[in-house]
Design a protein around this ligand. Structure first.
Ligand code: PLP
Length: 380
């Protein structure tokens, strides 16, 4: 028996009747872009996030980029980003003509360390992008306080945390704007690329709406130098079906996470081995996009799991500041981010998803424990 890291087909099978009906409805409507499905999805997703507006775009990266461009403009400046994140967070900053300034994570949660943000602020700082990494919200109260003190724009990167809550409120409605990704493997995944910006700011909404459509509100009147970044009617119709299951499927992810926590919680651990996922912050209602553990002999552990038919992944094996894309340029090469380096050297993600069975999760946990036992690196 092979246990995949994530299977997407079971999601289609479970919702086949509704998804096929949605697909058929769009195909036979004769209208494929900027139609009724998009309008309905945007209003349903805004309501879900608790925001006034939702502007759907072509991808999560576009959502980050267009929100930054609309809010900060082309004036230049710096944007505070987590050092430990997916490269898209940084790329959006660079694409908007701004400079990413990385801040180290809190090693216990892997989220941006709010106690290090102020030291990174300069007169050129324009914005902060907290990332709700692995499905767990960043500490938004602390971040909004700092942002308000310095007049900074806060853009949540909610690509991994659709449906999460912070102090009872949904992520995506906590900052001045938020970027969402509907990449197929995300908690709310389409069957192709997709993304969205949510916000309560009407003028920001208007600018993002124009930017995604060649900078125009009225056909052939181009107010801004925009781009083509649309969510098509098929994906919008599919996402409407999947949105109706998001809470339910997030609950299943939580059940899997509880099984892992339960299995690993009994282990007394030696230094350097962190078995349960990074400590959950007290304010957070985690949606378990990923379940990560850390081990100093990660490659050997991955080998042991692979021998037993268990596939894992690493998020992320190379920190952004060490990617060739960000190595050129004098200033970048001087970044010293030892916490991020340490996390990237030791972290791995176990199989996780709404269609993983309890038996599969127990087997994964058993094989992890077998490895530790053989190496006597942890005692039960
Ligand atoms: C997936 C992801 C993105 C980018 O989303 P795409 O839809 O793939 O462009 C941005 N930020 C984070 C943290 C992500 O995980």
């Amino acid at each position: 028996m092979v246990i995949s890291f994530l299977e997407l087909l079971p999601a289609y099978k479970e919702l086949k009747l509704e998804l096929d009906a949605a697909w058929y409805r769009v195909m036979s409507s004769g209208w494929y872009l900027f139609g009724r499905e998009l309008e309905l999805f945007e209003s349903e997703y805004a309501a879900y996030c608790g925001t006034k507006y939702c502007i759907a775009v072509g991808s999560g990266l576009d959502a980050l980029h267009l929100a930054l461009k609309a809010a900060v403009g082309e004036k230049g400046g710096e944007v505070i980003v987590p050092a430990h994140t997916y490269i898209a967070t940084w790329l959006a900053v660079t694409q908007a003509g701004l400079q990413p300034v990385p801040v180290e994570p809190d090693e216990a949660t892997c989220l941006i360390d709010v106690n290090r943000i102020e030291a990174a602020i300069t007169p050129r700082t324009r914005a902060i992008i907290p990332v709700h990494l692995y499905g767990q919200p960043a500490d938004m109260d602390a971040i909004m306080k700092i942002a308000n003190r310095y007049g900074l724009f806060v853009l949540e990167d909610n690509a991994q945390a659709a449906g999460a809550r912070y102090c009872g409120m949904r992520t995506g409605g906590l900052g001045h704007a938020a970027a969402h990704s509907f990449y197929p493997s995300k908690n709310l995944g389409a069957f192709a690329d997709g993304g969205a910006v949510t916000t309560n700011d009407e003028s920001l909404c208007r600018r993002v709406r124009m930017l995604r459509n060649y900078g125009s509100e009225k056909k052939y009147v181009h107010e801004l130098q925009g781009m083509n970044s649309r969510l098509d009617e098929l994906q919008a119709a599919i996402l409407r079906v999947k949105l109706s299951r998001l809470d339910d499927w997030n609950k299943r992810r939580k059940q899997i996470a509880e099984i892992y926590n339960d299995e690993f919680g009994k282990l007394a651990l030696m230094e350097g081995v962190q078995l349960s996922t990074p400590k959950q912050a007290g304010y957070a209602d985690h949606v378990w996009h990923l379940y990560t553990i850390r081990h100093p002999s990660r490659e050997a552990l991955i080998g042991h799991l692979a021998q037993n038919g268990i596939q894992v992944q690493i998020h992320y094996p190379i920190p952004v500041h060490r990617c060739p894309a960000y190595l050129s340029g004098g200033r970048h090469s001087s970044w010293e981010l030892p916490i991020t380096d340490r996390i990237c050297q030791t972290i791995l993600s176990l199989p996780m998803g709404p269609h993983l069975s309890e038996a599969e999760a127990r087997k994964v946990a058993a094989k992890v424990k077998e490895f530790l036992h053989d190496r006597k690196q942890a005692i039960v």
